[in-house]
Design a protein around this ligand. Sequence first.
Ligand code: URA
Length: 262
Amino acid sequence: MTEQIDIKQILEWYLWAGVDETCGSEPFAPPPRPSAPSLVMPAARAASTNLAQDTGGAFRSAQEICAQVSTLEELRAAVEKFEGCALKLTAAHTVFGDGNPQAGVLLIGEAPGADEDRIGVPFVGRSGQLLDKMMAAIGYDRTRYYICNILPWRPPGNRTPLDSEIAVCLPFLKKQIDLVDPDYILVMGAAAANTLLDNTETISKMRGRWYEYVKSNGRTAKVLAGFHPAYLLRTPGQKAKAWADLLRLYKEIASGKNAESY
Ligand code: URA
């Protein structure tokens, strides 16, 4: 009986920590002794609760950090050191960004998934591979754009990010955008679109439309909203609309005044 309860606790702990798939026969977490789950889970939950209570403090701390960094590499190092977001407790890696920060084109997704968390690079799993293929179809690989997420840590079990988690990490996203200084941004999915554009519209309403985002240097980036590639994997019937959106992006860039530099 005791053993059954312990196994249930262990499995619950794995689920809570985002371990929702196996990739080998050996456990990668410390072998859960009967008392381990009850020791580990409350501590992590407590951290999460404390954070939820101090979202304002963590947000201000993120803002202060951002005020002190002036390069993308400094920002990456600062985000890796940041302790104000509980998602970091269950993540294997901080997934900061990938691609060419000088390209003038920025793609923004939601949050790392299991593959990204394991490798530390955004969009390398199934949805990333689909995105790579779609971008290749308009002649773009990661030397021609930079890519990041609104959150640099994987939510356990790929759950939907909490508003508080997005709010705490928002200064980092805004600073990353300022440092990349893109002219064109593609926001993929509702979470990224709502966060960047500060609205609550559905992605079905927003996709295919152009918006504006004012960077801290006062210049405006053109923002196109589009579907998230993970949604397209689940709903392939929407790929035609996603393709139309990528063509929109391509044509806008090609007709822009500095078109030859993209
Ligand atoms: N989905 C995202 O939003 N971002 C990733 O990096 C991977 C999957």
